[in-house]
Design a protein around this ligand. Sequence first.
Ligand code: XIL
Length: 386
Amino acid sequence: MAMSPRHLPRRPRRASFLPAVFLLLGAPLWAQSLRALATVRGVAVGTAVNYFHFVHDPAYTALLAREYNQVEPENAMKWAALHPAPQTYDFAQADAIVAFALNHQQRVRGHNLLWHSHNPAWLTDGHFTPTQLAQILQDHITTVVSHFAGRVYAWDVVNEAFQEGPSGKLRPSIWNDEPGIGRPGTGFIEQALRWAHAVDPHALLFYNDFGIEAINPKSDAVYAMVRDFKRRGVPLDGLGLQMHVDTDGHPNLSSLARNIARFTALGVQVQITEMDVRLRVSRAGVASARDLNTQARIYHDISAVCLKDPGCTALQTWGFTDASSWIPRFYPGYGAALPFDADLRPKPAYGALANALGGPPARGLKLAMVAGPPSDSPRQRHRRQP
Ligand code: XIL
């Protein structure tokens, strides 16, 4: 549904006006959908997909189709789900989500090929040598990437390889040094990228992590790796900023903008891949109206920073309904982190995202691989950066 940008609702000038703007513009923005607004802008607006809700709740899938032009399986492509035994792959859940996405002209991000977490016990308890682990990893990457080739346009090839906090060091893991695949330093990351690229040269390959949204020692370390990879022609196309934040601990906006800019200047695109803004909630999971409005402002402001940079090509949340979010399980006392409530009603955060997507366009053009209309041929849509 084509609309010229001048017909889109204006972004409020000041964050403090946002609640009033939601009241005034809530209905038209809701009628328009995040997806329609994002498509006009040439960006992806995505969400993680929870398989249980995907299978059991038709209202969930209806909203998924209506509001998003990009999806990413929340767990269905992780090692433990896809590769339950050494010689067994189970693609059923992931294939169902991918088929739904392609039927609804949505792009699919794959998540992920290498992580320290969510690995099956046969792998973590297998006492493999580095040579064996290298073989196992190459086989997994080859099997999975070739299975989804032409359907998954971008992969989080490596997830969370750097330590949390200011050390700037790589995280100890089975792939890095416990015992590792026999490649020193960031060599295991490089190797995974090279193996994925060899199988699907059209897929966009990402490094994805948390705590690297602003300029800090961890993002400095990732920056040094990306710069080294780009200098040496390692096939890396993008950086995923997870963006799991709360109302106290979200990245400084100017630091976020400068961080995105320094990465895109290296020739990688940046995507916000897992955004949620967790709030303190009551036992019943209810957040205060004030916190919901603060949350909306954070969604708006962070999205606006991403959308302002032509190299920031996707805005994705880690789920869309509070009925299905990892937050209450992983952050006790917190919840209500997503743009729709548990009854699938839009929250202030939804209006905030719509306002950001309807705001002024980025200077310059967004990258071609997310700019095409849904009717693009897969080859065009999956085009890599030069
Ligand atoms: C989370 C899922 O949402 C949960 O359902 C699962 O139990 C644990 O993993 N960073 C990531 C995601 O890259 O894969 C994580 O997803 C959330 C943090």
